[in-house]
Design a protein around this ligand. Sequence first.
Ligand code: 5GP
Ligand code: ZN
Length: 136
Amino acid sequence: MDCIFCKIVNKQIPSALVYEDPNFLAFLDISPANKGHALVIPKQHYETYTDLPDNVLKELAVVTKKVAEAINKSLNPDGLNIFMNNKQAAGQIVPHAHYHIVPRFKNDGIRFEWPHKKYDDGENKVYAEKIRNSMQ
Ligand code: 5GP
Ligand code: ZN
């Protein structure tokens, strides 16, 4: 598989390793938003968040927390952003599901901005119902 993160898992390309166990890996982003910006991945290749089996997702969340706690302890940031981009339209460049953990510092100049759009009257209920009715 021609996936850069699978190659990192297989040690075909090097990374600055932060955590490894039999099923998960965390390493530093090569081009960090702030120094210490880490990526947490399952070793098995899945493309997006919703592709992850529940058991993998649960363990990934726990590993992500472990790495986040270590970043807090070692780098003492003022905050953390923890997020996942899913599909190209949402900014995913590497199609191997990964959490970003970005240590944040007051006045670090990073802006995660999105527009604050408005619903027409009652439209939020329509959207909520649509989503609710699609839940399994
Ligand atoms: P995405 O946009 O897919 O959510 O994030 C992919 C991230 O992977 C980017 O922040 C990018 O800097 C990082 N990245 C891409 N290629 C490599 C690589 O070869 N090694 C490491 N450590 N990070 C990478
Ligand atoms: Zn992969």
